[in-house]
Design a protein around this ligand. Structure first.
Ligand code: F0G
Length: 488
């Protein structure tokens, strides 16, 4: 399993810095690029909501990396030797060994996906009056904590909200505010501190090892446990190696283990961390394990399968070992870095520095003519789909909620997220993304806003339907035809 992949050691004669792929593609799926006229029709049928598009109308699916990362040949082959059993499966024993090797945790509770881990952790530790400090929330985490009566307190630093920044660790938690919060509410009301690796909703931005060490010191001082959402831990470890000088010569394996050693509970979505399915809650503390364990058979399945097919447990076990490889966990960040660097040179408002998960475009700067009440990020995602066939995800006010008076709560950032699932796209596809985004930026004055026609009361972004304000999509299509002729 231990290999030495060395893309970082390859220098180009041209001086170019290209993210060289250290894998070859042996199983492929064909893609379909339908004409721009069909794309306009499709987005209308989908109520201008990319969640409601069918993949037959999508060229590059950049909605998410969740469950869409490419598996390795070793992962796929391990699925065929799965030891299917309701209880005592040896595939689960293999998975436990991988967790011990990579995360250095002895006790493992399997769950069907990341949010199921959040359900069990929240039900066990959160109650009415609890405060949960964290570097930033994730949608499902927030929902589970609130469901159990807790309050999420985000303690990000001012740098986190800066679109163009050179700060390498925008995912850090503000240590001073953390201590103030504990003093204000009392340690007894803070069941745990949550740190999210490669903070998803602020552009996949990592925290530093130093920051995590400081969190540990505060936690020890007040006797509070530290919980890490490790769904994007591999990428966070990669950024620590690249951006925190003290870790330049450490292996990803050493960094992963050190990060986990600083946390009492580590949970993850296998859909992200190991290019498979499933997830798990891991700890070395027998007492904490005992507090959570009985909820697994109740909500997930027996302790050795947790609602995951045994084949997927095999894929997780192998995938987890592969996260020790720099070229595996660095593949998506290096492609994202390439894309945002090029887009930044072209003057586009993209989140800098590049993080994990995807390339994030800020819509308020891209289309300042569209006010937040007309969902600029949603409009940008729809416009980009029409002119490229690429499906992104809205991460702005549309993904937010309304207050008690029924007014939209405007998001801090209006983002279009273009996810880069691991090892799925090629560099020429990335060039296509850059080219079409650049064209859209040159024609940005054509884009208008959106309004709801069907708005569900909860998680409206998943199934809500909208329409365009005015006929801007038709004008965009006409300009596309004028500039690109009969091109798709
Ligand atoms: N935590 C983080 C940081 C996540 O990014 C996700 C999922 C979850 C928990 C929940 O895991 O989907 O397996 O239940 N993120 C996906 C995304 C959905 O598109 O960003 P899950």
């Amino acid at each position: 399993m231990e290999k030495t992949l060395n893309s970082r050691k390859v220098k180009f004669f041209s001086g170019k810095e290209l993210p060289l792929e250290m894998h070859k593609v042996r199983i492929v799926q064909s893609l379909n690029l339908v004409p721009v006229e069909r794309r306009l029709e499709a987005i209308k049928e989908a109520g201008y909501n990319t969640f409601l598009l069918g993949t037959k109308d999508i060229f590059l699916d950049m909605l998410t990396d969740s469950g869409t990362n490419a598996m390795s040949d070793n992962q796929l082959s391990s699925m065929f030797v799965a030891d299917d059993a309701y209880a005592g499966s040896q595939s689960f024993v293999k998975f436990e060994k991988s967790v011990l090797d990579v995360f250095n945790k002895k006790f493992v509770l399997p769950v069907h996906q990341g949010r199921a881990a959040e359900n069990i952790i929240s039900q066990t530790f959160v109650k009415k009056g609890s405060y949960i400090p964290m570097n930033y929330h994730f949608t499902t985490t927030l929902a589970h904590i609130q469901l159990n009566g807790g309050t999420v307190v985000e303690l990000f630093t001012p740098e986190a909200m800066k679109i163009k920044s050179t700060n390498p660790f925008k995912g850090n938690i503000d240590i001073q505010r953390l201590e103030e919060l504990i003093k204000k509410h009392g340690a007894a009301n803070i069941p745990f501190i949550r740190m999210e690796a490669s903070t998803n909703l602020i552009g996949g931005q990592p925290f530093s090892m130093k920051n995590l060490e400081e969190v540990r010191a505060v936690a020890d001082k007040y006797k509070i446990i530290v919980v890490m959402d490790a769904s994007l831990i591999g990428e966070n470890a990669y950024f620590i190696k690249k951006r925190e000088p003290a870790y330049m010569n450490s292996s990803i394996h050493q960094i992963l283990t050190e990060m986990c050693n600083l946390c009492d509970i580590v949970y993850f979505s296998g859909r992200k961390v190991s290019s498979s399915r499933g997830g798990a809650i891991c700890t070395n503390n027998k007492e904490l394990y005992g507090m959570m364990k009985d909820l697994v058979p109740l909500y997930e399945g027996f302790l050795t399968y947790g609602g995951i097919s045994i084949r997927e447990i095999e894929a997780m076990a192998t995938g987890l070992l592969e996260t020790k490889e720099e070229d595996v966990v660095g593949q998506s960040p290096s492609f994202i870095n390439y894309a945002v660097t090029e887009l930044d040179k072209l003057g586009l408002p993209v989140i800098m520095p590049g993080g994990a998960l995807g390339c994030h475009v800020e819509a308020q700067q891209f289309i300042p003519q569209v006010p937040q009440s007309e969902y600029p990020a949603g409009a940008l995602v729809a416009a980009f789909y029409i002119i490229s066939g690429i499906r992104g995800m809205e991460r702005g006010t549309l993904s937010s909620i309304r207050d008690e008076q029924g007014n939209d709560i405007y998001a801090d950032l209006e983002l279009m997220r273009l996810a880069f699932p691991r090892r799925v796209f090629t560099l020429s596809q990335v060039e296509y993304i850059i080219d079409r985004l650049n064209w859209l930026y040159h024609n940005r004055e054509l884009i208008g806003g959106l309004k709801f026609v069907e708005e569900p009361p909860v998680l409206r972004f998943f199934t809500g339907r909208l329409e365009s304000i005015g006929n801007w999509p038709e004008k965009l299509l006409a300009k596309f035809r004028q500039d690109f002729g009969d091109s798709l």
